[in-house]
Design a protein around this ligand. Structure first.
Ligand code: NAI
Length: 298
């Protein structure tokens, strides 16, 4: 059985929705949890301590260990305070789940700069602000598990979410670098693209909502947060009882060695460029270069 005895987890935005569900599951398996939540509304306005505190109350009532933390992830000081809370209360941080999020949906033409800045600030920069101090501790300790919360809206795209989609795909880029920088310290960094009925998706999911509970997402997150997880750099689509891997593939493509490539060559070889027969899933730039190397060598 996978457990989190002696492990300390920080979960941002854990006062409701997916974060609450992750917190309850990890705590039920022995993790001490810092339940962070600013407690504002879905667009990021306002603040309240009620959300985080009520999740802590649920955990402690069930015999678990948890403490509430109310900072916004959207400032460097907030990020420091959140991680410091784990160290002050429980002596360490082993697990970070970057989950806090807001929405400011608008079609691109109507997007105001403030809609861009606030969404990037919470989702993308916020993940940097919390991960920086957490990563430093984990490096020193030689152990860490970090889970980013991306979205199909970024990995695949969704109308009216240019700000959110860009922030969410930014987290994938962030993960891809941390998976390399964390490798020798046993820091595994993975990403989920969840689907669940929360206040964020009530309107979007319609009649499917009842079949998409946050509790169906948390087991995959808990696995990625566990010592058992030896994977790093993965993106998992999780929801409604399904867990799948999403990935960036590289097709075998078109190659022209001897003469200069023309624009017309590209046009004439669109099919080969796009043919997904024989694609690879590169882990790093080295894998991409390793594929090109033999072709260049002839
Ligand atoms: P939610 O609105 O219930 O949870 C987000 C939590 O983050 C809220 O409790 C909110 O108070 C907190 N939060 C917002 N700004 C914060 C800040 N600056 N500092 C600290 N806490 C803050 O929504 P849900 O669905 O549980 O979202 C969790 C994460 O999952 C988000 O990152 C969201 O973008 C992502 N997601 C959710 C999907 C879904 O189907 N529910 C789909 C794809 C991604």
């Amino acid at each position: 059985m996978i457990d989190f005895q002696d492990r300390v987890a920080v979960i941002t935005g854990a006062g409701g929705g997916l974060g609450r569900s992750h917190a309850l599951l990890l705590a039920s398996r022995g993790a001490a949890v810092v339940v962070n939540d600013l407690g504002g509304d879905m667009s990021g306005e306002g603040a309240s301590q009620t959300a985080a505190q009520s999740v802590v109350d649920e955990i402690t009532a069930a015999g678990g260990a948890a403490v509430a933390e109310y900072s916004s992830v959207a400032t460097p000081d907030g990020g420091e305070a959140i991680v410091q809370k784990a160290i002050d209360e429980f002596g360490r941080i082993d697990i970070l789940i970057n989950n806090a999020g807001i929405l400011r949906d608008k079609s691109f033409g109507k997007l105001e700069w403030d809609d861009l800045h606030s969404v990037l600030e919470v989702h993308l920069r916020g993940a940097f602000y919390v991960t920086k101090p957490a990563f430093a501790f984990m490096k020193e300790a030689g152990y860490g598990r970090i889970v980013m919360t991306s979205s199909a809206s970024g990995v695949l795209g969704n109308f009216g979410q240019s700000n959110y989609g860009a922030a969410k795909m930014g987290l994938v880029g962030f993960m891809n670098v941390l998976k390399l920088e964390g490798a020798k310290y046993d820091i595994k960094v993975n990403t989920i693209a969840p689907t669940a009925h929360t206040r964020m998706t009530t309107e979007l999911l319609g009649p499917l909502a009842d079949k998409l509970q946050p509790e169906q997402v948390s087991p995959a997150v808990a696995y990625l947060a566990s010592e058992a997880c030896q994977l790093t750099g993965e993106i998992w689509s999780v929801g409604g009882g399904a867990v799948s891997r999403m990935f960036v593939g590289l097709t075998d493509g078109y190659f022209k060695a001897d003469e200069a490539m023309t624009i017309e060559d590209v046009e004439a070889n669109i099919e080969a460029i796009r043919d997904d027969e024989g694609y690879i899933v590169p882990f790093s730039i080295q894998d991409e270069l390793a594929k090109l190397g033999p072709k260049l060598a002839g």
